[in-house]
Design a protein around this ligand. Structure first.
Ligand code: NAD
Ligand code: IPM
Ligand code: MN
Length: 362
C-alpha cells in the first residue's frame, strides 16, 4: 500500500496556506517520483458548520491510519462563546492528545535576507538558530480539575498544571537528543520559584542530564527567558518548555525571524515499528484580520512541508531543497506584506508560492 497524507486546512488563512503549500508538496513528489495519495478533510469551524463537531471521528481515524498530517490552523470567532468541546480549537487539542503528539519542534532561524524585517536590530537577530521543544500533550492545557463553576463566593474559573515525571522525561529526552546534534546547549524553561509542577520539571530534567554528558544544561525562569530571548537570542540553542510556556515563547521568538508567518512546526509521537507519527503545521493561527486578502505568508507552512519530508518520509534531501528554495525566494527580494521591506517586491500569497516553485526549478 502506498503512502497517504492527510491535509487538514482548517479555518481562515489555514485554507490559504495549506492549498499553497500543497502546490510545493505536489511538485516535490512528482519531481522525485514518490507515490502518495492525498486526502483532505474539514476540521475546526469548518467541521462545526458541516458536521456539528470540530473533529468528527472519521477524520481522527483517517489521521490515525495515514500517520502523516499537514494542518493549517483552526479558530473562528463565531464559535468563541461555544462550550470548550464545541470550539474549533478542540480539533487541534484532540488530535494532539489522541495521536500522542507530545513533542512539538519549532525551529526559529533568522534568514540573512530578512534581518530588516525584524523589529529588533539586525546585529541582535543575525545568525539566530534556536530549536524550541515544546511539550504538547500535558500541562495546564489538559490538567484536571478544570471548568467554570458558581460557588457561594462567586463564579470561579479553574485550570490545573499537571506534569507526571514520565511526561517531562520523554520530552526532555527529545530536547537533549536534539541538542547533541546541534550546539550542545540546552535551556530548560520553568517557573520553579513559584510552581511545584515546575519544581518537578526541573528535577526530572536535571536527573536526565548525566545521560547526555556533552550537553550543557541550564535552567531558566520563564519571565527571565522571555527577556533574554530578545536581549541575546544568539546564545540559545535548544529551548525546552512546557505546553503553555512553549506556546507563548514561540510567538515571541517568531519576531526574531521577522514574522509569525515564517515559523514552521512538527509535532511528533513516540518512535514505533511503524515509524513516528507526525503532524506538520505553521505556528500561526487563522489570522482573521487578513483572511481572504492574499496577504497570508505561506512560507511557514511550506517550511512545515519541508519538515514533513524530513521527519515522516525520511527525505532530508527534499526538506533541504524546499528550505533552499525559500531562502532563494527571499534573497531575490520577494515579500508578503508581513515581511515587507523597502525595495522588496511585494507579492500576494499565491504569487509568493509561484516564486518558491520557480526557485525549486532553478
Ligand atoms: P494569529 O496567529 O492568527 O494572528 C496573529 C497576528 O499574526 C495577526 O495580526 C495575523 O494577521 C498575523 N499572522 C498570522 N499568520 C500570518 C501569516 N501566515 N502571514 C502573515 N501574517 C500572519 O493569532 P490570533 O489572532 O491570536 O488568533 C486567531 C485565531 O487563530 C484564534 O481563533 C486562535 O485560537 C487561532 N489560533 C490557531 C492556531 C492553530 O490552529 N495552530 C494557532 C494560533 C491561534
Ligand atoms: C498553537 C496554538 C494552539 C495552542 C491553540 C490554537 C489551541 O496557539 O498551536 O500554538 O495553544 O497550542
Ligand atoms: Mn500558539
Amino acid at each position: 500500500m502506498g503512502l497517504t497524507i492527510v491535509a487538514l486546512p482548517g479555518d481562515g488563512v489555514g485554507k490559504e496556506v495549506v492549498s499553497s503549500s500543497l502546490r510545493v508538496f505536489q511538485e516535490c513528489v512528482s519531481k522525485h517520483g514518490i507515490d502518495v495519495q492525498l486526502e483532505e478533510y474539514k476540521i475546526g469551524g469548518q467541521a462545526l458548520e458541516e458536521y456539528g463537531e470540530p473533529l468528527p471521528d472519521f477524520v481522527l481515524e483517517a489521521c490515525k491510519s495515514s500517520r502523516i498530517i499537514l494542518l493549517g490552523a483552526v479558530g473562528d470567532d463565531r464559535y468563541d462563546n461555544n462550550p470548550p468541546h464545541l470550539r474549533p480549537e478542540q480539533a487541534l487539542l484532540r488530535l494532539r492528545k489522541e495521536l500522542g503528539l507530545f513533542a512539538n519542534l519549532r525551529p526559529v532561524r533568522t534568514n540573512a535576507a530578512l534581518l530588516e524585517s525584524s523589529p529588533l536590530k539586525a546585529s541582535i537577530v543575525e545568525g539566530v538558530d534556536i530549536l524550541i521543544v515544546r511539550e504538547l500533550t500535558g500541562g495546564i492545557y489538559f490538567g484536571e480539575p478544570r471548568g467554570i463553576e458558581t460557588r457561594a463566593e462567586g463564579r470561579v474559573g479553574i485550570n490545573t498544571e499537571v506534569y507526571f515525571d514520565y511526561e517531562v522525561e520523554r520530552i526532555a529526552r527529545v530536547a537533549f537528543e536534539a541538542s547533541q546534534g546541534r550546539r550542545q546547549r540546552l535551556t530548560s524553561v520553568d517557573k520553579a520559584n513559584v510552581l511545584e509542577s515546575s519544581q518537578l520539571w526541573r528535577t526530572v530534567v536535571s536527573e536526565l542530564s548525566p545521560d547526555f554528558p556533552k550537553v550543557a544544561l541550564q535552567h531558566m525562569l520563564v519571565d527571565n527567558c522571555a527577556m533574554q530571548l530578545i536581549a541575546r537570542p544568539k546564545d540559545f540553542d535548544v529551548l525546552l518548555a512546557s505546553n503553555l510556556f512553549g506556546d507563548i515563547l514561540s510567538d515571541e521568538a517568531a519576531m526574531l525571524t521577522g514574522s509569525i508567518g515564517m515559523l514552521p512546526s512538527a509535532s511528533l509521537g513516540e518512535s514505533s515499528a511503524q515509524g513516528r507519527i507526525g503532524m506538520y503545521e505553521p505556528v500561526h493561527g487563522t489570522a482573521p484580520d487578513i483572511v481572504g486578502q492574499e496577504k497570508a505568508n505561506p512560507l511557514a507552512t511550506i517550511a512545515s512541508v519541508a519538515l514533513l519530508f524530513r521527519y515522516s518520509l525520511g527525505r532530508d534531501d527534499i526538506g533541504r531543497e524546499i528550505e533552499y528554495a525559500i531562502e532563494k525566494t527571499l534573497e531575490r527580494g520577494y515579500r508578503t506584506p508581513d515581511i515587507a521591506t523597502e525595495g522588496g517586491h511585494l507579492l500576494g500569497t499565491q504569487e509568493m508560492v509561484d516564486q518558491v516553485l520557480e526557485a525549486l526549478h532553478s
